[in-house]
Write a protein that binds this ligand. Structure first.
Ligand code: NAD
Length: 256
């Protein structure tokens, strides 16, 4: 019970890594708010189903992280219903595969809107609550190995994650006086819906696995384990860092 009685908000928690982090946090004793995006019945149902299955108090909270008003309403609701906010995991993210020369302004703004503005708006609203409460807090960003490694065909995604790296490092400095720690988790290839195309194509899957030194895709549970550590009291002296959860992928890429 490493997160006993802490209140945690996790964005994009109806699937994949966010769902895994929410489940682990609840199992560790946290009160969890699972954010899901509006306009998707399956996302709403998945978040509400998860909440119903937890033994600790939990709420499913609707909200588009790329919309300031919805972010403020979501954070207000979490504090109203769960009493406070100790941990915020900015996890919601999207990607668009498009060659740089063909990328449209709409695609660019959509990806940066969720991955970067969403991370900014959610972390800012959460940090304001934590500062008001006193007593510190934990901000985690779900970046990617592509905060560092280029990925042809995904320029908007890589730009967003590279920017989240600097967002995190700056916040670590600015929020340290408030004892709010700020860190990134950089997943490699994790078996979640965002990778559906690769997971469902045996050739692409074999190629992807061949690049991972540990020889397998990661799981949401692999990521949740690191998130639990970073959210816990044990990580009180850790701030401004990126934790790679990538089976060695980053090291492999830098070899060549
Ligand atoms: P996923 O598609 O299952 O999860 C993304 C979640 O974000 C979904 O639940 C989606 O509904 C939600 N979301 C999208 N737009 C939103 C919005 N505007 N407001 C609120 N929620 C929104 O994929 P995942 O792999 O679990 O991705 C989670 C995070 O991990 C993302 O930030 C992604 O970039 C990052 N990541 C994933 C991998 C991987 O291999 N799976 C690797 C590196 C980084």
């Amino acid at each position: 019970m490493r997160l006993k009685d802490k209140v945690a908000l996790i964005t994009g928690a109806s699937s994949g890594i966010g769902a895994g982090v929410a489940a682990r946090f609840a199992a560790e004793g946290a009160y969890v708010a699972l954010n899901f995006r509006p306009g998707s019945a399956p996302d709403r149902e998945a978040a509400e189903r998860a909440v119903a299955g937890f033994t600790t108090r939990a709420v499913a909270v609707e909200g588009d992280v790329s919309d300031r008003a919805q972010v403020e309403a979501m954070v207000d609701r979490v504090v109203r219903e769960l009493g406070r906010l100790d941990v915020c995991v900015c996890n919601a993210g999207i990607e668009v595969r498009r060659d740089f020369l063909d990328t449209t302004d709409e695609e660019w703004h959509r990806v940066l809107g969720v991955n970067l503005f969403g991370a900014f708006a959610v972390s800012q609203a959460a940090a304001r609550v934590m500062v008001r409460q006193g007593g510190g807090g934990r901000l985690l960003f779900m970046s990617s190995v592509h905060e560092d490694i280029p990925f042809p065909g995904y320029t908007s995604y890589c730009a967003s994650k590279g920017a989240v790296r600097m967002l995190m490092r700056n916040l670590a400095m600015e929020l340290a006086p408030h004892r709010i720690t700020v860190n990134n988790i950089a997943p490699g290839a994790i078996a979640t819906p965002i990778n559906r195309a690769v997971l469902e194509d045996p050739v692409a899957y074999a190629n992807a696995v061949s690049e991972i030194p540990l020889g397998r895709f990661g799981t949401p549970e692999d990521v949740a384990a690191v998130a639990t550590f970073l959210a816990s009291d044990e990580a009180g002296y850790v701030t401004g860092s990126t934790y790679y959860v990538d089976g060695g992928l980053t090291q492999q890429v830098t070899l060549y």
